[in-house]
Design a protein around this ligand. Structure first.
Ligand code: IMP
Length: 177
């Protein structure tokens, strides 16, 4: 059994579909303001390691928009909470370059070992309007081959997504030990 420390049910459901051994733990930890997802994850792992004495993972993800020099990036959660998808669409009004990527960094920690990180990326485009009812967060405005992630079911999103990739990398590592 591996704990996935997160308050985000959507993330947990996606990960658990790939790694059946996961159990959600809504414990809360400090998400520092840093320049990279990796730093946020490493800090969280360290803090939680002093509170948990069994294997666990955490994950940090972000949306990086090329025309906005990578914004919202590490500020993705704050931006989603404040201006939301409609705010991003406004920022992108009249912007021709719609290229964007989602990145995910998963960190695994267990007693007596150094933490290990796994990464995943999904390249796509910011749409012109929100579409679809699935997924969460930025999914309705993030398109891959003309369809938003919110228009895909969980299995399809997992097959291509940043989180699907980072979780599959973790899974292969767990199986190879
Ligand atoms: P965090 O990893 O929980 O800090 O997520 C950062 C922000 O990105 C939150 O607002 C999430 O809702 C959003 N987010 C993370 N992963 C995804 C995803 O797979 N699709 C859409 N939005 C996401």
């Amino acid at each position: 059994m591996i704990r996935f420390v997160t308050s985000n049910r959507g993330k947990f459901v996606e990960a658990q579909r790939l790694i059946e051994d996961l159990v959600q733990a809504d414990l809360g930890y400090t998400e520092i303001q840093a320049d990279t997802l990796e730093e946020v994850v490493l800090f969280g792992l360290k803090e939680l390691s002093s509170r948990l004495n069994s294997p666990f993972i955490i994950e940090d993800a972000g949306l990086f928009i090329e025309a906005l020099n990578g914004f919202p990036g590490v500020y993705s959660a704050y931006v989603q909470r404040t201006i939301g998808n409609s705010g991003i669409l406004k920022l992108m009004d009249g912007v021709e370059n719609r290229a964007a990527s989602f990145r995910s960094v998963v960190g695994y920690a267990a007693p007596g070992m150094e933490p290990v990180l796994f990464k995943g990326e999904l390249r796509g485009r910011i749409g012109f309007e929100a579409r679809g009812a699935g997924g969460f967060g930025y999914d309705p405005i993030f398109e891959v081959d003309g369809r938003t992630l919110a228009e895909m079911d969980l299995a399809e999103k997992n097959m291509i997504s940043h989180r699907g990739r980072s979780m599959k990398a973790l899974k292969s590592w767990l199986e190879s030990r």
